[in-house]
Design a protein around this ligand. Sequence first.
Ligand code: AQP
Length: 335
Amino acid sequence: MEKTFNDLIFSGVQPTGNLHLGNYLGAIKNWVELQNNNKCIFCIVDLHAFTVPRNCISIKNNILEVAAAYIAAGIDPKRNIIFVQSHVSYHSELSWILSCFTPIGWLNRMTQFKDKAGKNKEKAPLGLYSYPVLMAADILLYKATKVPVGDDQKQHLELSRNISQAFNRFYETDFFPIPDPLIIGTAARVMSLRDGTKKMSKSDPSDFSRINLKDSSDEISKKIRKAKTDSLDFPKNEIELEARPEIQNLIKIFASVSDTSIQQVINEFHQRDFIFFKESLKEILNQKINSISVEMQKILNDETFLKKILKDGAEKANEIGAKNMKEIRDIMGCF
Ligand code: AQP
């Protein structure tokens, strides 16, 4: 009997550099659970990587690394579609159509654009500004109903919902679902190890700010040893964490990696010092991240296997994309 699924899940990661603990805990770790009861499409969003001009060779290499990371983390390529965004041209076509339903005022509110463009907005590329419309197209092309992302993508998801509704309203249809964000777990926003007020990010110039999925045990240990803390005692309750962002971050990481709650971590360590806590954190990170890193390396050694998964994934994604795009054109009646 064919399995019935609860939802159609879509999510993705940009092939812009080393995947880090934030990408894993905020997104990929949750996908592994979701694949059990849902139809899932996991994309490597390379077109998004061009919103900041980059060298194509590095993007190409990173695509294989991201695919290997998905599989090493537990995504089953037999049960799910794994593919590269630029291998399905309907993303770009739908993005253009949806951009015609997106008021500029909505895009002006996007905080990620303001952060990334900085002071020189006039010189920022149009792609960086319209990136959330392409993201809406990625999701809506497959009529995805749930989108598991880290907390930083909440605003973009809200925009996708608004764009979907704007299209449906104009054509008096219910063709597009209103996709729900799935922001799951204690580490939906992992912060930099050097500054607890900044998101852990691939583009942070300091490698000590993040744990990369490819880091060796030695590198993980060194980074946790150097992770910023403060001179106060280990906190006794969650309220104390509010004014201590670096400590809060480390405790959330511990809770997420060990699948326990923040309070349980506090209960376990509140009579200990940070040296003891960091030793335990190093241990659990080394177990978890190192096993992913070793598996990733094994998978990366078999490029033919990886490329076949991406080719098969692109075929399946193109099939769904072609069908839905035809229906979209029919609804619009223009093309
Ligand atoms: N620090 C984070 N904590 C929790 N989740 C995070 N994500 C990213 N950073 C964190 C989630 O990972 C998924 C893929 O993200 P992405 O690579 O497509 O883009 P990003 O959010 O722009 O990631 P970076 O690392 O910050 O990249 P750069 O430095 O290139 O801008 C998303 O679900 C995201 O929420």
